[in-house]
Design a protein around this ligand. Structure first.
Ligand SMILES: Cc1ncc(COP(=O)(O)O)c(C=O)c1O
Length: 218
């Protein structure tokens, strides 16, 4: 057995070995094991995780905002490929860890940089929303959403509550397949909500968790 003790600086340089010309140096042994795992995946899970880790051929760290192509395509998916907002460079996209991580980063960003602390959540909403936004530093309020009597949307209640929210408040909206009710506004109701949000200078914050279900079920 060989025991090696490294200083912090040495450990750091091992993580990011660079050729003299500044390009990452990937050890031959890493390339060889990678190749062996791909051509002989005895343990599929191990091979898969290894491939994901090694996918970037040069083994560099990702930039802090994530994979540039992923961000670009995500923005196109959400806003539409010919969106004026994208064309006029009014869209910024950051890749975060999971949906929950994205909500937390978004919430913290608003708590730190936005002038309003109130965030209005639909009632009911996904159980983690209140905790995530409270921990992020926002003040959680609710707006009426579900009408048990009709098992549908309480559209009037929703419009009244958003209409009464202080100007500038953050409004959390489930983009589609509302969790837990499965009830979404119609296209016409979305248009009314959009107008209200615009006229009161509210800030819409979309949690788009079930885009794929929407595409497959609709
Ligand atoms: C509405 C909603 N937002 C966010 C999430 C969290 O997504 P993730 O599992 O990617 O953290 C969920 C998960 O159930 C959800 O239902």
């Amino acid at each position: 057995m060989i025991s090696i003790s490294l200083t912090l600086r040495e450990r750091y340089s091992l993580c990011c070995l660079l050729h003299q010309e500044g390009k990452p140096l990937v050890l031959n042994v890493v390339r060889r094991v990678e190749q062996e795992l791909v051509s002989n995946p005895l343990d599929y899970d191990v091979a898969l995780s290894f491939c994901i880790i090694c996918r970037a051929r040069n083994k560099e760290y990702l930039p802090i905002t994530g994979v540039a192509d992923f961000n670009k395509l995500s923005a196109q998916l959400i806003f539409g490929a010919d969106s004026p907002a994208i064309q006029e460079s009014r869209v910024t996209t950051v890749q975060c860890l999971s949906g929950t991580g994205s909500l937390r980063v978004g919430g913290e960003f608003l708590a730190k940089h936005y002038h309003q602390r109130n965030i209005y959540l639909p009632k009911p909403t996904w159980g983690n929303h209140p905790k995530v936004f409270t921990l992020a530093g926002l003040t959680v309020q609710t707006y009426r959403y579900y009408a048990p009597a009709t098992r549908g949307l309480d559209f009037q209640g929703l419009m009244e509550d958003l209409g009464a929210a202080p100007s500038g408040s953050v409004i959390l909206l489930h983009a589609c397949a509302h969790n837990p009710t499965g009830v979404d506004p119609t296209a016409e109701q979305w248009e009314e909500i959009r107008k209200l949000i615009r006229s009161k200078a509210l800030l819409p914050f979309f949690d788009s968790a079930y885009q794929a279900s929407f595409f497959t079920c609709n």
